[in-house]
Unconditional design. Structure first.
Length: 276
């Protein structure tokens, strides 16, 4: 029996966009007209048609209803999500990372995925899902490491900025050896100028971003987005007002956090705490 052909979610996204444009035009609708029916902007419809925005399941259902396409766009969206190597809720954000000019991340309790060592990621997965098959664990570790290497290889493309709360550095994950390696990796990234890392100390006080992990992305020819994540779920935010609010909170966090130089020194002192 022949094996099913691997599906490329990127090319499927282009097909989704082309079909959306064709069927919208066949229905005599403008982008803004369809947007009004499915509760999004006409500009967003245009971005999906150009495959600059990954389709969302709930939006695809509304498009099917508006264009009377009998579940076509929902089924295609499901296929795109299934073909991605990332979790469904993160797939769209992962795609956008590849086009971003700048990525700014705020982490409250766990090391950001792009900064995690393999051992740290493995310990996180094992603690959250102890019955997961070891091969699946290694697959997930490999995917995350591959993603990090792709984005950290060029310090200017994209520009990466991380604010990590002090709690991230103090919550033990995987034991002293894992934590020591993780903090040493932080220091290496800083020294190699691969990213800016600031530590938000406990004395930094309250910030709206403390409610969860937040990532901001800006682009050359697309509107900025925010992505928030908690355990087993994530949300891509494209509403300009909400994105602007998150950006303002991030600026306030930058001001309250330690400088990059002070952060490096602080990380060095904490590394000693995990050294026998």
């Amino acid at each position: 029996m022949s094996q099913p052909k691997h599906l490329d979610p990127a090319s499927m996204g282009e097909f989704y966009g082309a079909e959306l444009r064709r069927r919208r035009e066949d229905a005599g609708m403008s982008q803004s007209g369809l947007g009004e029916l499915v509760y999004c902007s006409g500009a967003y419809i245009g971005l999906m048609e150009m495959a600059s925005r990954r389709p969302q399941l709930d939006l695809s259902e509304r498009i099917d209803a508006a264009l009377n396409t009998d579940g076509f766009f929902r089924r295609l969206c499901e296929a795109i999500l299934k073909a991605s190597k990332f979790a469904g809720y993160f797939a769209a954000a992962a795609e956008l990372e590849q086009r971003a000019l700048a990525i700014s991340d705020f982490a409250t309790m766990v090391v950001p995925g792009l900064l995690q060592t393999a051992a740290y990621t493995r310990s996180l997965i094992e603690s959250a899902r102890p019955l997961v098959d070891p091969q699946e664990i290694e697959r997930r570790v490999s995917v995350r490491q591959e993603r990090a290497r792709a984005l950290l290889k060029d310090p200017a493309d994209p520009e990466l900025w991380f604010i990590v709360h002090e709690a991230v550095l103090r919550v033990p994950v995987g034991g002293d050896g894992v934590m020591r390696e993780q903090l040493e990796h932080f220091a290496e990234v800083i020294r190699n100028r691969q990213a800016v890392i600031q530590v938000m100390p406990f004395s930094g006080g309250v910030n709206p971003l403390l409610y969860g992990t937040t990532t901001l992305m800006t682009f050359a020819d697309e509107p900025p987005v925010a992505y928030t994540e908690s355990a087993y779920s994530g949300q891509l935010i494209e509403d300009p007002t909400v994105v602007a609010g998150n950006a303002k909170s991030y600026d306030l966090a930058r001001a309250a956090a330690m400088s990059p130089e002070a952060s490096l020194a602080f990380i060095g002192r904490l590394t000693e705490d995990y050294t026998p």
